[in-house]
Design a protein around this ligand. Structure first.
Ligand SMILES: *Cc1c(COP(=O)(O)O)cnc(C)c1O
Length: 393
């Protein structure tokens, strides 16, 4: 056969004679149908298989199934990012004129999605402090369809009373959507406490290596009818290679989370007794306003994020960040190594100084994402930075 025809020839791959131990990667964007009848069956889900990558592919399915089991959910789907998973949940169930209640300290892009983007389709919303159950109840209208909150909020790490929020939502025939990114399924599984939908940014601790952008949506069978189609039509699908990496990341999630959670507790205690630190937020500390709730809800762990506040404002904070050279300033979370973020100049830079004050975010507020190094190494890295604060300049 001439190379012109041989090179672009479609290949036929026999199935492997025995199963590989590691999951295969299927980058294919499209699959072969045997016949129009087979295509019918695939399109109507009467037979297992795939047709087009945007509609679904084996790597997304393997990952979704693992996550579904971790959350003990009825259905799960993987999307191209945490934001696309949140968008999928909203687009699949809300109509124009519906009302949504949002936690005021929701992830900034989630707030924007609802209060700016979906508002253009006449979705209405009220932003409240969802830790204040009375205020949340008072914000409900007869058009309220959904309450959206995060298990652990950014950056003050307030814990949502998910059983109470679920009860409140269900009394009003609304649903509860929980963003569980800061906890992850080893710390907390919102579906077991009454949430109807769970989203997670798999970009963070779930994948755990800062090399993937993906999101997860888990929910109940009876609410699922539009989800798969929404993800395909709005183009929210994931990439096979990212799913393959994330599945590999999750194979060590339980170990990584155990280590990082234990480290976070030690880091919080260390910072709390340090003279240069004004205050520490960590749900594992008895001084945290939601400590009792976190103890009741969480599986003996309190998350891998620790927020602390330095006196001395922006200047002291810049000095700390510059001096703590072993801790990269990377405005994300959930890496293997300890990283830090500065909410005033990153996640919350779009807010006015007064709005930040209301959320308890100052120029001296620093958010640590604690990694899996030894607690001793993290303490040394922090001490290096904090040392510059006690020295006269
Ligand atoms: C990062 C993050 C998101 C968005 O996830 P992406 O994967 O970046 O799209 C949503 N919610 C929380 C709490 C996050 O930290």
């Amino acid at each position: 056969m001439n190379p012109e025809d041989l090179c672009p020839r479609p290949e036929f791959f026999p199935p492997p004679q025995n199963a590989p131990l590691a999951p295969p990667l299927y980058p294919a964007a499209v699959y072969r149908c045997d016949s129009p009848e087979h295509a019918d069956d695939l399109a109507e889900s009467n037979t297992a298989g795939f047709m087009y990558g945007r509609d679904g592919h084996p790597n997304a399915e393997m990952l979704a199934e693992k996550c579904r089991l971790l959350h003990q959910g009825e259905r799960a789907i993987v999307c191209g990012s945490g934001m696309s998973a949140i968008a999928a949940a909203l687009l699949a169930q809300l109509h124009s004129g519906d009302h949504v209640i949002l936690s005021r300290d929701l992830y900034g892009r989630s707030l924007q999605l609802i209060t700016q983007e979906l508002a253009r389709w006449q979705l209405t919303s009220t932003t409240v402090d969802t830790c204040d159950l009375e205020a949340t109840a008072a914000a409900c209208t007869d058009r309220t369809r959904l309450i959206v909150a995060e298990t652990i909020s950014n950056p003050r790490l307030r814990v949502a009373d998910i059983p109470q929020l679920a009860e409140l939502a269900h009394q009003r025939s609304a649903e509860l959507l929980i963003d569980n990114t800061f906890a992850g399924p080893t710390v907390f599984r919102p579906l077991e406490y009454g949430a109807d939908w769970v989203v997670e940014s798999l970009t963070k601790i779930m994948s755990g290596h800062s090399d993937v952008t993906l999101g997860l949506l888990v929910g109940r069978e009876k609410l699922w009818s539009r989800v798969t189609n929404t993800v395909s039509v709005w183009g929210l699908a994931s990439h096979p290679f990212d799913c393959w990496l994330a599945l590999r990341g999750i194979s060590t999630l339980a170990l990584r989370a155990e280590r990082a959670n234990a480290n976070a507790m030690q880091v919080a205690e260390f910072l709390q007794q340090h003279a240069s630190v004004e205050a520490v937020d960590y749900p594992g500390l008895s001084t945290h306003p939601d400590h009792a709730l976190a103890k009741k809800l969480f599986a003996g762990q309190f998350g891998t994020i620790v927020t602390f506040h330095l006196a001395g404002g922006r200047e002291a904070t810049s000095n700390f960040i510059r001096t703590a050279k072993q801790i990269p300033f990377s405005p994300s979370l959930g890496d293997l190594s300890t990283t830090l973020s500065h909410p005033s100049s990153t996640s919350h830079r779009g807010l006015s100084e007064q709005q930040r004050q209301e959320l308890g975010i100052q120029q001296g507020t620093i958010r640590l994402s604690v990694g899996i190094e030894s607690a001793e190494a993290i303490r040394r890295a922090l001490e290096e930075g904090l040392g510059c604060l006690s020295r006269p300049t």
